[in-house]
Design a binder for this molecule. Sequence first.
Ligand code: NAD
Length: 259
Amino acid sequence: SLKGRIALVTGSTSGIGLGIARALAAEGADIVLNGFGALDEIEAVKVEIAAKGVRVAYHGADISRPDQVAGMVEQTQAEFGGLDILVNNAGVQHVASIAEFPAEQWDRVIAINLSGAFHATKAAIPGMTAKGWGRIINVASAHGLVASPQKAAYVAAKHGIIGLTKVAGIELANTGVTCNAICPGWVLTPLVQKQIEDRARREGRDVAAMTHDLLTEKQPMAKFSTPESIGAVAVFLCSDAAATITGTQISVDGGWTAQ
Ligand code: NAD
């Protein structure tokens, strides 16, 4: 059980982050939500999570802003009395060839998908090591291990976060704090739905056929992983059984990176 643990999940108003927040709350962890979205929808998520009998708060920090990220970690510690589980999940995508890639999109993807995780990790470490227990979980991607065309910033950021995970794992080895990455293949979230719809439009195909092609192009398993299954892996990484798993990654990718 994670009763009494305090978890901050970045980008948890949607998709995988929400799946992880729900799974941690189901184990009894108090939850700090983060991410963008309509305030009434965020309020509904808060109510749903609070119904599991845990404390819940929301912080609207923009993960691309280092000061806001550090402020969110400090506020969590002040309000909830600590921060035991940090899940760096917020992420964005931009699809274009390198030659066409807008520099500001490169900066944005690196800032959110990579630097945000660094700033949050840096802010969270002192409290975790003082307590002698902590879990840092980075949501990377199959694109942290292998590349695809048109995704330079995303692939670079995800490879980078796996490097950051390794460094944190070895630096924190004897502190009671572990750091690991989860590498999902395709999960049907708004982030992926947009890619499918953009590509279907561009290639003049219908969404169902495009979805099947997108899945099978990279992934031997022609089906999506779910936010719930990623949440279950996060719960496992927080368990005592995972106490000596650190600096590594767990793929949930339907065979994508086995090839
Ligand atoms: P999503 O678009 O459903 O959710 C992204 C979340 O991040 C949202 O809550 C959004 O509000 C938040 N966010 C975006 N920019 C932010 C910012 N600047 N500050 C704070 N929050 C911000 O996407 P998802 O598919 O659930 O992606 C979550 C993570 O999983 C990402 O890191 C993504 O790269 C990774 N991932 C997704 C897939 C997939 O197939 N969906 C596969 C591998 C990895």
